[in-house]
Structures are given as structure tokens and as C-alpha cells.
Design a protein around this ligand. Structure first.
Ligand code: T4K
Length: 395
């Protein structure tokens, strides 16, 4: 006998909402001591003590020569786009958060969407090759869910066509490809430390760079174009990370292994809960490659299980489980890009109708993951009734 669902009037399984992206907090007392220290130092921004510690810790953790911490990944991407001198068109996936496209458009560069691989959800180099025009100056693949893209495929393609390669690594802190940390591919890679990310600095981001001159340029662009006291040598913006964010980022990064352990355990449990469930396929991530396991993602196949992804979302929402459908409806269907279509993205469009993300992270305990699993099983066991109910509701 499966659970009676809140959709049909039963009491919701959870009294308060479970979110995707509920923040992780590292050592609270160390963080509070650092906040006090910031106040004592009376140095709140502009290359402060904690900013320097955070950048050093990140460079060490990511094994890259240069880290430029910024106020958020979107500004980090914009700075990198400008520093690399990208112009004309840059090819990106639509299966990503809209910031990937917006950072280009904001810099006067036109994002051109290419399709993704159905298995990995990552940009497909073959689709990129077909989208290249004489205006293309670069490619910006995204390591979606933290899983590394086909970096060899992209490096070969970039070489063949003389294109810049900039990675949106917002999800990919800690990820590696064949043992190489993710920041070592392309001209630069950008991390996000938004509150909802596995490691967070409230808001924040970082540009990972190997080239000395490019790193220097990004540092200047982050700070109004200053190259020294009273000396502005280029246009610049203000994307400086302040000390409170840097202290949070540092404290959060120190807890990476603990967060990763929790996420990996939740992932294994979701795998058990969803085993043999027709219609729901968990996207498998390899902890050796994606230790953060920050996203628990599945695809829903209505032909196999009788429920659509949106049916499942409605069942979960009634139980106070606020699963998500990133990155619905897709950048190519959002302003200002929709009117430039039609875009030929069959794999992306199929995935955007079928992908669902479940809550994970330190805000959840294993018992709660089990209860989410029970809800999902109950939904599929009662698929016919759920469908009929939701269709009647829509009328
Ligand atoms: N590239 C990619 C591939 C990205 O995924 C992102 C960001 C970026 C670039 C740009 O990075 P940043 O410039 O943001 O550093 C969220 C995040 O705002 C966004 O950072 C993230 N990707 C994206 C995937 O997810 P929303 O619109 O879903 O956020 P929101 O406010 O709905 O938060 C998600 C859930 O998290 C909420 O339902 C509740 C929970 N939450 C949120 C916050 C802020 C909390 O529990 N506590 C909180 O403090 O975009």
C-alpha cells in the first residue's frame, strides 16, 4: 500500500518546505570569529586579508596558478569575456542558467545556442562545429551539474578554428577530468559561490586562470581599471569581493569534504530509493570526477512511468518538497533570445521538459531523503490517478 498523497488532500509529508539550493554552513563559530576579526581590522574590501586568504585557498584547492575572486559568477564571466576580447558571436548551450547567455549579451557579444549531449546534458562539440560562422570568436561550454564537458573535443575544435575557449564552471568546484582539476582547461573557468552553491560566499564567484597576463588584466577589470595608486590604464568595473563574503567563502571551502560526504551519501540513497522505478532515471555522476555531487538530477519518461516531470513536481510540491526544473524553459526561449529563433535544439528541448532536481545538502538528513523517495514511489504507483487529478484541476 503506497503513501496517501497530499495532492489528494492528505497532510503534507513535510511541515516546512525543502528547497533545492538550501545553503550549507561550515564552522559557524570560526565564521563568527572571522566576522569579528574583519571589524577589528577595519578593512572591509579592496584586496583585504580574507580575500587574499580565500584566493590562495582556492588556487591551492583548484590547482591553478591564478584566482580572481569576484562579487558573483555573472560578473566574473563578463570580465573574462571582456579580457579575452570576445566579439561577434560566442557559442553556448541553452541548457544552462540564463547568466551564461546574459554575460555575453551584456558585453555586446551575441550568444548563439548549440545543442547538448542527451546523456551528459553538456554542450556537444559536434553541434558547436555546425554553429560556427565567420563571426564566431569563441565557445563557452558549461560543466552542467559539475560534470566536466568533453574538454578534449573542445580543445581540438578551438585549435582547428582559432577560437577562444571559456568555461562556465559555476557548478564545478572540485570537479576533475582524467585527474586534472577543472580550472586547467581553456583560457579561463568561472566558479560561482552563490548562496545556493555547495560552497558559498553569500554571493560570489572566481575566475580561474593559468596565464599571468590574463590574470593581471582580470584583476584590473575587477577594480575600475586601476593598475596602481591613481593610475587607471583601462576601462574597469567594480566586481571586488568584500571581506564578509571572502570569510564566508573561506569557511565554506574548508568544509568542502564534509559537504561532499553528505551529498555523496544522499546521492547513493536517492539511487536506492529510485532503483527499478520505471519512468525515472537518476543522472549518474561519478564522485571521483564530481565530488561535490551538488545536484541530484533525474529525467522523467512519461511513456515508461505514466507521469510527466511537471506531474511529479506538482505531487512533490503538495508535500512541501520544492524540487526544481532547471533550466526550464531554456535560455533560447527567454528574452532577448527567443525572438532571434527559431533555434534548432531538439535534445535541449526534450531535456527541458523532462529534467528534475531534488533537494540535497546538509539541510537534509537521510531520513528525509528516504521520505522523498517514498513520495516519488507513491506518485508513480498512483500515476493514473495523479494524471487524472491534475488534468481535472487544470480544467
Ligand atoms: N552559470 C551557471 C551555469 C549557473 O548555474 C549560474 C547560477 C551562473 C552562471 C551565475 O552565477 P551567479 O552570478 O549567481 O554567481 C539560482 C541561483 O541564484 C544561481 O546562482 C544559480 N546559478 C541557479 C542555478 O540557481 P534561482 O533563480 O533558482 O534562485 P532562487 O533564489 O530561486 O534559489 C533557489 C532555491 O534556493 C530557492 O528555492 C530557495 C533556496 N535558497 C535560496 C537562497 C538565495 C535558500 O534556501 N536560501 C537562500 O539564501 O537561481
Amino acid at each position: 500500500m503506497s503513501k496517501e498523497l497530499a495532492l489528494f488532500g492528505a497532510r503534507p509529508e513535510f511541515d516546512s518546505p525543502l528547497h533545492v539550493g538550501q545553503p550549507n554552513l561550515g564552522d559557524r563559530s570560526r565564521l563568527q570569529a572571522r566576522f569579528d576579526d574583519i571589524l577589528d581590522r577595519a578593512w572591509y574590501s579592496n584586496n583585504g586579508f580574507y580575500l587574499q586568504r580565500f584566493e590562495e585557498a582556492l588556487a591551492d584547492f583548484c590547482q591553478v596558478p591564478h584566482v580572481v575572486a569576484v562579487t558573483n559568477a555573472t560578473l566574473g564571466l563578463q570580465i573574462a569575456v571582456r579580457a579575452l576580447g570576445l566579439t561577434g558571436e560566442v557559442i553556448v548551450p541553452s541548457m544552462t542558467f540564463v547568466a551564461t547567455a546574459h554575460c555575453l549579451e551584456w558585453e555586446g557579444v551575441r550568444p548563439v545556442f548549440a545543442d547538448v549531449d542527451p546523456g551528459t546534458h553538456n554542450l556537444d562539440p559536434r553541434a558547436v562545429e555546425r554553429a560556427i560562422t565567420p563571426q564566431t570568436s569563441g565557445v563557452m561550454p558549461v560543466h552542467v551539474w559539475g560534470r566536466p564537458c568533453d574538454v578534449e573535443g573542445f580543445e581540438a575544435l578551438a585549435r582547428r578554428h582559432g577560437l577562444c575557449l571559456l568555461y562556465d564552471a559555476a557548478h564545478a568546484l572540485g570537479s576533475t577530468h582524467a585527474g586534472t582539476p577543472i580550472g586547467n582547461f581553456g583560457q579561463a573557468s568561472i566558479l560561482s559561490f552563490h548562496a545556493t552553491k555547495m560552497v558559498n560566499s553569500f554571493e560570489g564567484g572566481a575566475i580561474l586562470i593559468r596565464d599571468d597576463a590574463l590574470a593581471e588584466k582580470c584583476r584590473r577589470l575587477r577594480n575600475f581599471g586601476f593598475a596602481g595608486k591613481d593610475r587607471v590604464v583601462s576601462l574597469g568595473t567594480n566586481a571586488k569581493m568584500h571581506e564578509v563574503s571572502a570569510a564566508m567563502g573561506l569557511t565554506s571551502l574548508e568544509a568542502f569534504a564534509a559537504f561532499a560526504g553528505v551529498n555523496q551519501a544522499h546521492f547513493q540513497q536517492y539511487r536506492q530509493e529510485f532503483a527499478d522505478l520505471p519512468g525515472l532515471d537518476l543522472v549518474d555522476l561519478e564522485p571521483a570526477e564530481v565530488p561535490s555531487m551538488h545536484y541530484v538530477v533525474a529525467t522523467v519518461d512519461p511513456r515508461a512511468g505514466g507521469l510527466t516531470r511537471d506531474d511529479l513536481l506538482a505531487v512533490l510540491e503538495a508535500e512541501n518538497v520544492l524540487a526544481r526544473r532547471y533550466f526550464y524553459p531554456g535560455c533560447h526561449r527567454m528574452a532577448p533570445y527567443a525572438e532571434r529563433g527559431p533555434w534548432d535544439l531538439p535534445v535541449t528541448e526534450d531535456l527541458l521538459e523532462r529534467v528534475i532536481q531534488f533537494p540535497t545538502g546538509t539541510a537534509l538528513d537521510p531520513e528525509q531523503v528516504h521520505r522523498i523517495g517514498q513520495i516519488v514511489r507513491a506518485a508513480f504507483a498512483q500515476a493514473g490517478r495523479v494524471r487524472a487529478w491534475l488534468q481535472a484541476d487544470a480544467r
